[in-house]
Every structure is written in structure tokens, then in C-alpha cells.
Design a protein around this ligand. Sequence first.
Ligand code: ADE
Length: 307
Amino acid sequence: SPPQHIPLKILLTDYNRELTWEDISLTSNLLGAGHFGEVRKGTVMVDGERIPSAIKILKRGADDASKQDFQQEVNIMRHVGYHPNIINLLGVCINEGQQYMALEMAGNGDLLKFLRNSRMLEVVTPTYANTRSDFNGRTLSTLSSVQLLRIACDVATGMGHLSAKEVIHRDLAARNVLLTDNLIAKVADFGLSRGEGIYEQTSKRAIPFRSTSIEALTRRIYTTKSDIWSFGILLWEIVTIGGTPYRGMKSRTILGRLRDGYRLPKPRNCEAELYQLMMLCWKTRPEDRPTFTDLAEQLEGMIEDKH
Ligand code: ADE
């Protein structure tokens, strides 16, 4: 069977690798599907080694926006280069007019589903049970708080690398973070990313409003600081073991309340220190928010305190 982990030398050798069709082997195992096409489990042959891969396939009849996103994602990945906390590109292939993007496989799938599958209570009332453990004396998740903090810290580290490369993700959320077999978190889905320092969205793509910053919602201004806001929401998703932010509130209501200064309340049993970190990410003035480096350091410190 293929190795569980991609040898680093393969990830580091050639980011512009063109795969031939013969290098790719697809299975019927569907990992995801979307507007653009689908993601299938498979393997790719790289430097004589068969590597497990998630292969993103751009469907033949894809619209221009999807084609653009697909190419953009490849370009961004090539620009960003290797990092252990992002999903890395193994290579691309065009066969009979169909485009394929071979990505590093993350065996535990997306973080949102993973969190929800780790829930130990059948019924979780989000307003009250937004806690990892000790909800009425019972444990809420099979994951320990150290494991959860480690995931958060990994994401902050991966995002730190993206921001150092001046890439704005624009859709950072638990569903766009993938977990390896060893529970290493990797930032994925660069389809919406842009390389500019500030990107003003002009297209009519749907906005993931529950995790989008106040200035991006109102003025369509995206910067690394708007990714920081989304990271704060992601922390909240982790603490609530896959809760839905602002559950039951409509997008207009959310924006109105955010403008009035309202923020997601502290989930029960969320440690004050962690909630403070979220609240810093949701500062109205983008420049008042921390950096990904700050966040990774803080989270690392919290992990150490638990040992
Ligand atoms: N779904 C989408 N991309 C994936 C990946 N790289 N690994 C596992 N599942 C995925």
C-alpha cells in the first residue's frame, strides 16, 4: 500500500510538476463535489513513488468563473510554496481537455465534519452546550483540549505562512481546513484567494457571511486582517465542536448587530483566555487585531500550560 505520508523531498522538489495522465490513478471514492467539478481519492506517481492524493477535477463544462478559480488556486499554491500546515500541490495534468489538480491527501477530511463526528452528546444545544467538556458533567468531544488547541495553532501557523506570502484566503472556516491521519491541520481551498495586499471584491460570488469580517461585509475590503476575523470564528467553531456561528440569525441581522458592537458570546466552559483571543480577532478596526504569528504564539503558550 502507498505510504501514509508524502516524503518531504517530493513536496519540495518541483512545485510546477506536470503529471502525465499515466501518472494518475483515480478511484471511485468521492471526497467532495462542487460547482467546479469534484475531488476524488487516488494516487499519483512522483519520482517513482506512488503517493496518495486528493485529485480535484475541473468538469468539462465548467463556467468561466470556475475555470478561473481553478487556475487561480494552482497559481496561488505555486506562489505560496511548501508549508506543513497548508494543503500542498503535487502536480497538475491536462488530459483530453480535462484539468486535474493533484493535492496532498488529508485522510481525516474536513475539520467541521471531524469536529461534529467527535461529539459525544446526541443532542447539543448550541447556546448552552458550546463547550468541549463538562457539560452537565459529561464530555462533549472525544478530542482533548490539547488536541483542539493544537489544531487551532496549526491553522494559525499555516495562515501565518500564507500572510507572509501576501496571500489572502478570504474563505477561512472549519470546512476549509483538512486534517491528516495524524491530525495535523492544513489550510485548504485557495480557490477564492487573491495575492494582492488589499482585494476589493467586484464579482457576485456568494459571501460566507458568518465568518466574514465587518469591513469585508460592508465595504468588500479583504486583507490579512479580515482572514484574522475569520480565524476568530474558526476558533469559536473549534470550541463549540462544530457549532454554527450566529445560529438562527439572518445575514442582514448579523451585520446590523456586529455594527452595534455585538459579538458571538463566550461559549460555556470556553476558557477566558481563549475567548479573549477570539474577541481580539473581532476588533472593529482591522489594525487592532493580532497577527497570525501572535495567535500561534498565544495558542502554543496555552498548549504548554496544559502539560
Ligand atoms: N477533500 C478535498 N480535498 C481533500 C484533500 N486534500 N484530502 C482529503 N479530502 C479532501
